[in-house]
Ligand binder design. Structure first.
Ligand code: DX5
Ligand code: ZN
Length: 221
Protein backbone atom coordinates (compact mmCIF):
# COMPACT_ATOMS: atom_id res chain seq x y z
CA UNK A 1 0.00 0.00 0.00
CA UNK A 2 1.16 3.56 -0.74
CA UNK A 3 1.90 6.02 2.07
CA UNK A 4 -0.95 8.46 2.59
CA UNK A 5 -0.15 12.03 1.57
CA UNK A 6 -1.91 15.15 2.84
CA UNK A 7 -2.25 17.95 0.30
CA UNK A 8 -3.58 21.23 1.72
CA UNK A 9 -5.49 23.26 -0.87
CA UNK A 10 -4.44 26.90 -1.14
CA UNK A 11 -7.99 27.71 -2.24
CA UNK A 12 -8.76 28.18 1.46
CA UNK A 13 -5.58 30.16 2.22
CA UNK A 14 -5.52 33.90 2.81
CA UNK A 15 -4.74 35.18 -0.69
CA UNK A 16 -3.51 38.50 0.71
CA UNK A 17 -0.53 36.62 2.19
CA UNK A 18 -0.31 33.58 -0.02
CA UNK A 19 3.49 33.28 0.14
CA UNK A 20 3.51 33.14 3.95
CA UNK A 21 0.65 30.64 3.94
CA UNK A 22 2.56 28.30 1.65
CA UNK A 23 5.72 28.49 3.76
CA UNK A 24 3.71 27.86 6.92
CA UNK A 25 1.84 24.85 5.60
CA UNK A 26 5.12 23.26 4.42
CA UNK A 27 6.57 23.77 7.90
CA UNK A 28 3.41 22.26 9.36
CA UNK A 29 4.00 18.88 7.72
CA UNK A 30 2.11 18.96 4.40
CA UNK A 31 3.25 16.42 1.77
CA UNK A 32 1.97 18.13 -1.39
CA UNK A 33 0.47 21.54 -2.11
CA UNK A 34 -2.87 21.39 -3.93
CA UNK A 35 -3.40 24.25 -6.39
CA UNK A 36 -7.05 24.77 -7.45
CA UNK A 37 -7.39 26.55 -10.78
CA UNK A 38 -10.94 27.63 -11.71
CA UNK A 39 -12.09 29.49 -14.83
CA UNK A 40 -15.70 30.55 -14.16
CA UNK A 41 -16.84 28.27 -17.02
CA UNK A 42 -16.19 24.65 -16.09
CA UNK A 43 -17.00 25.64 -12.49
CA UNK A 44 -18.89 28.72 -11.28
CA UNK A 45 -15.90 30.23 -9.49
CA UNK A 46 -12.65 31.92 -10.60
CA UNK A 47 -9.34 31.60 -8.75
CA UNK A 48 -5.91 32.21 -10.32
CA UNK A 49 -3.65 30.99 -13.10
CA UNK A 50 -0.07 30.00 -13.83
CA UNK A 51 1.32 33.47 -13.07
CA UNK A 52 0.24 33.30 -9.43
CA UNK A 53 1.37 29.69 -9.11
CA UNK A 54 4.74 30.62 -10.60
CA UNK A 55 5.12 33.29 -7.93
CA UNK A 56 4.71 30.82 -5.05
CA UNK A 57 6.66 27.93 -6.63
CA UNK A 58 10.12 29.21 -5.58
CA UNK A 59 8.94 29.52 -1.96
CA UNK A 60 8.39 25.80 -1.41
CA UNK A 61 9.92 22.38 -2.05
CA UNK A 62 6.51 20.72 -1.80
CA UNK A 63 5.33 19.08 -5.04
CA UNK A 64 2.73 21.33 -6.69
CA UNK A 65 -0.40 19.29 -7.37
CA UNK A 66 -2.31 21.34 -9.93
CA UNK A 67 -6.06 20.69 -10.26
CA UNK A 68 -7.35 22.31 -13.44
CA UNK A 69 -11.09 22.94 -13.17
CA UNK A 70 -11.13 24.66 -16.53
CA UNK A 71 -12.40 24.17 -20.06
CA UNK A 72 -9.82 23.54 -22.80
CA UNK A 73 -7.09 22.67 -20.26
CA UNK A 74 -4.70 21.84 -23.15
CA UNK A 75 -4.32 25.58 -23.77
CA UNK A 76 -2.72 26.13 -20.37
CA UNK A 77 -0.67 22.97 -19.80
CA UNK A 78 2.60 24.51 -21.13
CA UNK A 79 2.21 27.51 -18.80
CA UNK A 80 1.60 25.39 -15.69
CA UNK A 81 4.47 23.04 -16.61
CA UNK A 82 6.79 26.04 -16.96
CA UNK A 83 5.52 27.53 -13.69
CA UNK A 84 6.71 24.44 -11.77
CA UNK A 85 3.84 21.93 -11.69
CA UNK A 86 4.80 18.46 -10.43
CA UNK A 87 1.47 16.94 -11.40
CA UNK A 88 -1.36 18.33 -13.55
CA UNK A 89 -4.86 16.89 -13.23
CA UNK A 90 -7.54 17.57 -15.83
CA UNK A 91 -11.24 16.73 -15.63
CA UNK A 92 -12.63 13.89 -17.72
CA UNK A 93 -15.75 16.05 -18.22
CA UNK A 94 -13.66 18.91 -19.70
CA UNK A 95 -11.70 16.88 -22.28
CA UNK A 96 -13.13 15.59 -25.55
CA UNK A 97 -9.71 14.11 -26.40
CA UNK A 98 -8.74 12.98 -22.91
CA UNK A 99 -5.99 10.57 -23.98
CA UNK A 100 -4.31 13.27 -26.07
CA UNK A 101 -4.43 15.81 -23.23
CA UNK A 102 -2.96 13.34 -20.71
CA UNK A 103 -0.07 12.57 -23.05
CA UNK A 104 0.47 16.26 -23.69
CA UNK A 105 0.96 16.72 -19.93
CA UNK A 106 3.57 13.94 -19.87
CA UNK A 107 5.35 15.35 -22.92
CA UNK A 108 5.93 18.45 -20.81
CA UNK A 109 7.74 16.31 -18.22
CA UNK A 110 4.92 16.54 -15.68
CA UNK A 111 2.96 13.72 -14.03
CA UNK A 112 -0.61 13.37 -15.30
CA UNK A 113 -3.86 12.99 -13.39
CA UNK A 114 -7.50 12.64 -14.37
CA UNK A 115 -10.39 13.87 -12.20
CA UNK A 116 -14.02 12.73 -12.09
CA UNK A 117 -16.95 14.65 -10.64
CA UNK A 118 -19.35 12.96 -8.20
CA UNK A 119 -21.82 12.10 -11.01
CA UNK A 120 -19.15 10.66 -13.34
CA UNK A 121 -18.59 6.89 -13.20
CA UNK A 122 -15.19 5.19 -12.87
CA UNK A 123 -15.93 3.34 -16.13
CA UNK A 124 -15.54 6.66 -18.02
CA UNK A 125 -11.79 6.69 -17.29
CA UNK A 126 -11.15 2.94 -17.45
CA UNK A 127 -9.41 3.25 -20.84
CA UNK A 128 -6.86 5.82 -19.60
CA UNK A 129 -5.92 4.29 -16.25
CA UNK A 130 -2.67 2.94 -17.72
CA UNK A 131 -1.83 6.47 -18.96
CA UNK A 132 -2.10 8.35 -15.67
CA UNK A 133 -0.15 8.68 -12.43
CA UNK A 134 -3.19 9.68 -10.39
CA UNK A 135 -6.98 9.59 -10.38
CA UNK A 136 -8.75 12.36 -8.50
CA UNK A 137 -12.16 11.35 -7.18
CA UNK A 138 -14.09 14.53 -6.40
CA UNK A 139 -15.89 14.03 -3.11
CA UNK A 140 -17.85 17.30 -3.58
CA UNK A 141 -19.00 19.08 -6.72
CA UNK A 142 -16.03 21.26 -7.71
CA UNK A 143 -16.12 25.03 -7.40
CA UNK A 144 -15.90 25.95 -3.75
CA UNK A 145 -14.07 25.05 -0.56
CA UNK A 146 -15.87 24.16 2.65
CA UNK A 147 -18.61 21.92 1.19
CA UNK A 148 -19.93 18.71 2.76
CA UNK A 149 -18.39 15.35 1.77
CA UNK A 150 -20.65 13.25 -0.51
CA UNK A 151 -20.69 9.68 0.95
CA UNK A 152 -21.75 7.92 -2.28
CA UNK A 153 -18.27 8.69 -3.69
CA UNK A 154 -16.81 6.03 -1.36
CA UNK A 155 -18.10 3.34 -3.74
CA UNK A 156 -16.06 4.80 -6.57
CA UNK A 157 -12.89 4.95 -4.48
CA UNK A 158 -13.32 1.25 -3.65
CA UNK A 159 -14.00 0.41 -7.28
CA UNK A 160 -10.82 2.20 -8.33
CA UNK A 161 -8.76 0.48 -5.67
CA UNK A 162 -9.98 -2.89 -6.95
CA UNK A 163 -9.25 -1.93 -10.55
CA UNK A 164 -5.76 -0.78 -9.54
CA UNK A 165 -5.13 -4.23 -8.09
CA UNK A 166 -6.69 -6.07 -10.99
CA UNK A 167 -4.60 -4.13 -13.54
CA UNK A 168 -1.40 -4.27 -11.46
CA UNK A 169 -1.08 -0.46 -11.44
CA UNK A 170 0.57 -0.31 -8.04
CA UNK A 171 2.02 3.19 -8.52
CA UNK A 172 -1.33 4.74 -9.44
CA UNK A 173 -2.40 7.15 -6.73
CA UNK A 174 -6.02 7.72 -5.75
CA UNK A 175 -6.66 11.27 -4.58
CA UNK A 176 -9.81 12.62 -2.95
CA UNK A 177 -10.86 16.25 -2.85
CA UNK A 178 -13.69 17.95 -1.01
CA UNK A 179 -14.99 17.81 2.54
CA UNK A 180 -11.94 15.92 3.86
CA UNK A 181 -11.32 16.32 7.60
CA UNK A 182 -10.28 14.15 10.55
CA UNK A 183 -13.88 12.81 10.47
CA UNK A 184 -13.95 11.75 6.80
CA UNK A 185 -10.24 10.92 6.24
CA UNK A 186 -10.47 7.41 7.80
CA UNK A 187 -13.44 6.57 5.56
CA UNK A 188 -11.71 7.54 2.31
CA UNK A 189 -8.40 5.97 3.37
CA UNK A 190 -10.20 2.73 4.23
CA UNK A 191 -11.87 2.80 0.81
CA UNK A 192 -8.46 3.16 -0.91
CA UNK A 193 -7.55 6.86 -1.17
CA UNK A 194 -3.87 7.70 -0.69
CA UNK A 195 -3.73 11.45 -1.36
CA UNK A 196 -6.07 13.53 0.78
CA UNK A 197 -6.73 17.13 -0.26
CA UNK A 198 -7.84 19.34 2.61
CA UNK A 199 -8.73 23.00 2.24
CA UNK A 200 -10.92 24.24 5.01
CA UNK A 201 -9.77 21.57 7.49
CA UNK A 202 -6.20 22.97 7.30
CA UNK A 203 -6.39 26.64 6.30
CA UNK A 204 -9.57 27.21 8.28
CA UNK A 205 -7.59 26.59 11.47
CA UNK A 206 -5.05 28.97 12.97
CA UNK A 207 -2.79 26.05 14.02
CA UNK A 208 -2.08 24.34 10.68
CA UNK A 209 0.34 21.91 12.23
CA UNK A 210 -2.30 20.63 14.67
CA UNK A 211 -4.83 20.45 11.83
CA UNK A 212 -2.55 18.25 9.69
CA UNK A 213 -1.59 16.15 12.71
CA UNK A 214 -5.25 15.52 13.55
CA UNK A 215 -5.92 14.24 10.05
CA UNK A 216 -2.86 11.97 10.26
CA UNK A 217 -3.81 10.59 13.65
CA UNK A 218 -7.37 9.94 12.49
CA UNK A 219 -5.83 7.45 10.03
CA UNK A 220 -4.19 5.43 12.83
CA UNK A 221 -7.45 4.60 14.66
C1 DX5 B 1 -13.15 22.12 -4.76
C2 DX5 B 1 -11.63 22.15 -4.80
C3 DX5 B 1 -11.05 21.62 -3.56
C4 DX5 B 1 -11.34 22.45 -2.34
C5 DX5 B 1 -11.46 21.55 -1.18
O1 DX5 B 1 -13.65 22.58 -5.93
O2 DX5 B 1 -11.15 21.37 -5.87
O3 DX5 B 1 -9.66 21.37 -3.67
O4 DX5 B 1 -10.36 23.41 -2.07
O5 DX5 B 1 -11.82 22.30 -0.07
P1 DX5 B 1 -12.41 21.66 1.26
O6 DX5 B 1 -11.35 20.74 1.78
O7 DX5 B 1 -12.62 22.84 2.11
O8 DX5 B 1 -13.67 20.93 0.89
ZN1 ZN C 1 -9.01 20.61 -5.89
Amino acid sequence: MNDIYIAPSILSADFAKLGQEVVEVERSGADWLHVDVMDGHFVPNITFGALVMGAIAPLTKLPLDVHLMIENPERYIPDFAKAGAHLITVHQEACVHLHRVLHMIKEHGVKAGVAINPATPVSSIREVLEDVDLVLVMTVNPGFGGQAFIPSTLRKIKELKELREELGLKNLRIEVDGGISAATAPLVAQAGADVLVAGNAVFGRSDRSAAIQEIRSSLQD
